[in-house]
Design a protein around this ligand. Sequence first.
Ligand code: NOJ
Length: 761
Amino acid sequence: MKKYCIILIVILTLNGCQTNTNNTKSNIDIINMKVDSLLNIMTLDEKIGQMNQYNGFWDVTGPSPKNGDAKYKYDNLKKGLVGSMLNIRGVKDITAVQKIAVEQTRLGIPLIIGNDVIHGYKTLSPIPLAEAASWDLKEIENSARIAALEASAAGTNWTFAPMVDISRDARWGRVMEGAGEDPYLGSLIAAARVRGFQGNDLSKHNTIAATAKHFAGYGFSESGRDYNTVDISKNTLYNIVFPPFIASVDAGVRTFMNGFNELDGIPATGNSFLQRDVLKEEWGFDGFVISDWGSISEMIAHGYAKDGIHATEIAIKAGSDMDMESHLYIKELKNLVNSNKVDVKLIDDAVSRILRVKFELGLFDDPYRYLDVEREKEVIYHPNNHKGVLEMAKKSIVLLKNENHLLPLKKENQTVVLIGALANDNNSPLGNWRTNSDDNTAVTVLEGMKAYPKNKLIYRKGADVNLNDNGVVKFHEKVKINESDKSGFIAAKNAAKNADVVVMVLGEDGFQSGEGRSRAKIDLPGVQQELLEEIFKVNKNIVLVLMNGRPLNINWADKNIPSIVEAWQLGTQTGNAIAQVLYGDYNPSGKLPMSFPRSVGQIPIYYNYKNTGRPGPKNEVFWSHYSDESNSPLYPFGYGLSYTTFEYSNIKIDNKTLSIDNSINISIKLKNTGKYTGKEVVQLYIKDRYASVTRPVRELKDFKMVKLSPGETKTVNFQISEPSLRFYSANEVWESELGFFDVYIGTNSNANLNESFELTK
Ligand code: NOJ
């Protein structure tokens, strides 16, 4: 503690005041002065040390450490050559490393501790794609808040989330980690997540720094294959990929992570257009950029760097401030500076950014502020957290189909047969990103359904999803698909025969989506499709509950199965959320954040496509279409039903002309025409008819969540003003262009009530 006190005294005396790190102008100035003071007394080695991040010694979320790695890292930590660590969890272990950094190094600069807190720390919320289906920004913010409460209580002060990559490809395993295909919804959700993690004062012991990742374009990997080449236009980059990153900066996100992908032939990690010109210059981002795991050294494999020295030079010049697990900055940067290949000013800039965030987190005031064993015990798995993630989980469920009012289920005198390995799985619903949580901690659907005891509930597995070690897959393992074991079919069929209703929970193993888990086929894995068809032969009253991390190909089910519920992977409270929805204690209101294709051949498929010069069937052959498949998705973006029904009518616009400094009002009438109270996400889309660059057929521009009792009607109003019509134009600026616009309002991206207006000067 002695050294830590000395350095603190130096800094505090220099500035003559205490650190209070909420973001007022004077606080920013004070922090900047402290950063400069500290930088002045740092050696080059110590500066480079701040740019070095190591994975913990005990666990990994990437390729494992080599032999001797742990000792080497430990020695560097003691020498003050480590600025940050990831994958160290819990107060005990983090205190151990923080003590070394603070009490045994010359300057005692505290570590910033990063972890992938993606949808919860221990108590898990739904996977991010599922949360996005709620379209409920307050609930999403609260979910990130819960994650921050638990993570910070367990010593983590920095999360590598939110992932804000837009993706149009359900084959890509990481769609589960984002907010889907739309830049507008994605931007609002990105900001909500940043607010949830960071709160309004980063220096509080229960808020953590957030990371907008992966900058940029990672979600457009070729053929949906993870880590693959990205080749997109500037138009797509600015109008589709950038908006959620911009929203994150506007929400005050403190760090960015670059990506594994290349963009326009240049790896993101070595891309100075992205990191320096756009992020730091144009957007004025003053936090720091962390590389992705080993992505600096991967520039060699990309064929962009000759060797490690070259990769280091490229990365620092391009604006990557911290090296995650390439071990290159610590090895090569000093020589590069001493041989005048890298200007020390670049190092100073990177270190200042890192130190600034450490000051903002309050780590210099008290490096142990996140390290309270009692708080950890109290906050982790707190009942309030369970309550919060349950709310989030219910709101994330999307009702895809419900014929003959099969749902909600009757609560009494029914024989309900529950089928599917996933119905009795307490692990898969936790999803792929649950490295901080405990295995087997989800409430199963079977457990959730037992809370309705007046029905007779019979469970049959039917078939496995996978065959790894008795069904348990680990973070690093590949899921082995069970192609042949149908031995459970007969028992399942026999039970289903006499049921009033059969609930089948089918889908993907929790580790079938996520990083490195792209799929070329997005059907139900293994023999589950066959199981579904076999059960259908004996009982047609089937409710199909899907558990999955990506849109799946479910054409057959859509044609044949009366009720389909998209339940994703809903986290710790999965079974309770699903049961409450199936039994009608919660009326589903979720809407798809990603289009569901009819077949893989349609991918990429997304609602905001371009019209092309040959959009419609003017004749049989020569227009933009498939000869063996429709152009439309199975379920469009924004789609989702309710147990009640809604009627849209009476679209009205108060002015057909919008001037630059004005706004217009557009309204519709929404009536609840069904028997249940329900919530509807009313969506507004705009089409810019022609512009200096072609514009999508429609773009989501606003939405409102409206709750109505049976028979109730409300007028739903939207304001449209010029800023929402801006896009990245042929002039390479964000601007709107005068002309005509069509407005569509409705229940999903096929909304058909429409009006139009003209934007004038
Ligand atoms: C690689 C992933 O791409 C990134 O998102 C994650 O934060 C790091 N590994 C650290 O686990």
